[in-house]
Design a protein around this ligand. Structure first.
Ligand code: UDP
Length: 242
């Protein structure tokens, strides 16, 4: 019997770090191929998948501004880094036969479509994976906020936040504190008031205000994206109310 997905339209948030694997920097081709295959498994279930890709594996605005670069300029550099990652993911997906479109919030006609909401929805309806590049197009924001914003705009049912170091949200840093416990479910208020570091406060507020659930899980275990999409309880779920 064909497996019935729990969601019809999802946003997958991939941090830049998730693409760098053990390298810790740049793009690991084996890792990106493995992620592409996991995305394909979900597309094969007829789930509409949009992806927001980060850029931290190449450049982070805050780190750049700490080195003396003007913050807004450093942030634009970070947004350009997300475009590089998006093109790499597009290539990995198309190599295995998944149709894709990259839509960039900073127009660059030669490499990507501009972000056009209605067009993005149309692509999804046609079974194409839409990769949202260049964040929100604004400095001082993050790609987590981009995921929240695009999820609201395209009416995605959930944000799937794939992590490569942790498998959910913990009460403390599990690498430093042996007593850290993993939460099964949380509210956005818990996340914001306890400073749990799941996503920045702008992104958390946007999700809370628009009632967008979030599942935080590990992408290093193959098949996890599909498990979440099929409704299996893994990782940590964050909602407006429990
Ligand atoms: N960025 C930005 N506006 C956005 C999204 C991203 O200025 O709407 C910049 C910001 O400098 C950020 C960098 O792009 O540090 C990379 O994005 P992010 O840190 O969210 O990537 P991730 O941590 O997911 O790899």
């Amino acid at each position: 019997m064909e497996q019935q997905p729990y969601y019809k339209r999802v946003i997958l948030k991939l941090s830049g770090e998730a693409l760098s694997g053990q390298l810790g920097y740049g793009i690991d081709s084996e890792v990106i191929t493995s992620i592409a295959n996991q995305v394909k498994d979900v597309v094969d279930l007829k789930v509409e998948v949009a992806v927001v890709v980060g850029g931290g594996n190449i450049w982070r605005g805050i780190a750049g501004s700490a080195k003396g670069i003007d913050r807004a300029t450093a942030d634009y550099m970070g947004m350009l880094a997300t475009v590089m990652n998006s093109l790499a993911l597009q290539d990995a997906l198309e190599t295995i036969g998944v149709p894709t479109r990259v839509q960039s919030s900073i127009t660059m006609q030669q490499v990507a479509e501009p972000y056009i909401r209605r067009r993005a929805i149309r692509h999804l309806e046609k079974g194409r994976v839409v990769i949202f590049a260049a964040g929100t197009g604004n400095p001082y924001f993050s790609t987590d906020t981009t995921a929240a914003l695009r999820a609201a705009e395209i009416e995605a049912e959930v944000i799937l936040m794939a992590k490569n170091k942790v498998d959910g949200v913990y009460s403390a840093d599990p690498f430093k504190d042996p007593n850290a416990v993993k939460y099964e479910s949380l509210t956005y208020l818990d996340v914001i008031s306890n400073n749990l570091g799941v996503m920045d406060s702008t992104a958390s507020s946007l999700c809370m205000d628009n009632n967008i659930p979030l599942v935080v899980f590990s992408i290093t275990e193959k098949g996890n994206i599909k498990r979440v999409v099929l409704g299996e309880k893994i990782g940590t779920t964050v909602r407006g109310s429990v």
